[in-house]
Design a protein around this ligand. Structure first.
Ligand code: AMP
Length: 230
């Protein structure tokens, strides 16, 4: 099913569903490209750019940022030819039906022949809260690799507090605080159904997989469902 230069796979799921960790395996093992809108926004915030300053308060409170602003970020990224030479993962975008509509219009007008499908990761809210409370991430904003602080977790960094990838300090995300986690989950749940309905209406394939499993088996299942040979 996966075809170089053509496939765009939307990773859709609540915060903490494993979109980032799964993306990491897909980029490392399959050579796919990923854009994470959350990572991009945090990068801008850390650099204090105009965009970063404009979105900071909303991101830190767990609210969504403006639809057209976020769609523009993704569209700009997709204009870079280097980003189009492998299957592309959209991690955290679109998050509303309005964003999905803007993205659909962009794809239709771009003439790039991009083929869009959705990977829907379903995870129960209790499991999400447990995961996010244990989530730690590399604080180097070019890296932002995700780990778990849960004792014995296979996602723990090899050296406590240090990123395996870039040796940066591994910390908790400001928005992984319990009240903000609940807010983010609520926002996700408000939009999930309308997003899935929109994708069905424009006839994009939606592959649903249970996200409440260990990463290696999730990766194998996803590869299998997407028709990727490992
Ligand atoms: P994430 O890292 O995907 O959990 O995103 C972190 C935060 O960035 C979200 O809680 C939002 O404030 C913001 N954000 C990321 N992606 C989007 C998006 N597609 N639309 C609106 N806000 C977003």
């Amino acid at each position: 099913m996966i075809d170089k230069q053509q496939d765009v796979i939307i990773f859709l799921g609540p915060p903490g569903a494993g979109k980032g960790s799964l993306s990491r395996l897909c980029t490392e093992r399959l050579g796919w490209r990923q854009i994470s809108t959350g990572n991009l926004l945090r990068y801008h915030m850390s650099q204090g750019t105009e965009l970063g300053r404009a979105v900071k308060a909303r991101v830190e409170a767990g609210h969504l940022v403006d639809d057209s602003l976020i769609a523009q970020l993704v569209h700009d990224w997709l204009q870079e030819p280097a980003n189009l030479c492998q299957p592309i993962i959209l991690d955290g975008f679109p998050r509303t039906a309005a964003q999905a509509q803007l993205f659909h219009d962009f794809i239709e007008q771009s003439g790039k022949g991009l083929r869009v499908s959705v990977l829907h990761l379903a995870v129960a809210s209790e499991a999400i809260i447990e995961r996010l409370e244990a989530r730690i991430v590399c604080s180097e904003k070019q890296c932002q690799t995700v780990y778990s602080a849960r004792p014995g977790s296979m996602l723990a960094p090899k050296k406590a507090g240090i990123c395996d990838m870039c040796c940066g300090p591994v910390v908790r995300r400001a928005d992984d605080d319990i009240s903000v986690i609940r807010q983010r989950l609520e926002v996700y749940q408000q939009h999930e159904q309308e997003l899935l309905q929109f994708m069905a209406a424009i006839k994009r394939p939606v592959i649903s997989v249970p996200g409440d499993q260990e990463l290696p088996s999730l990766f194998e299942l996803v590869a299998n469902r997407l028709g990727v040979e490992l």
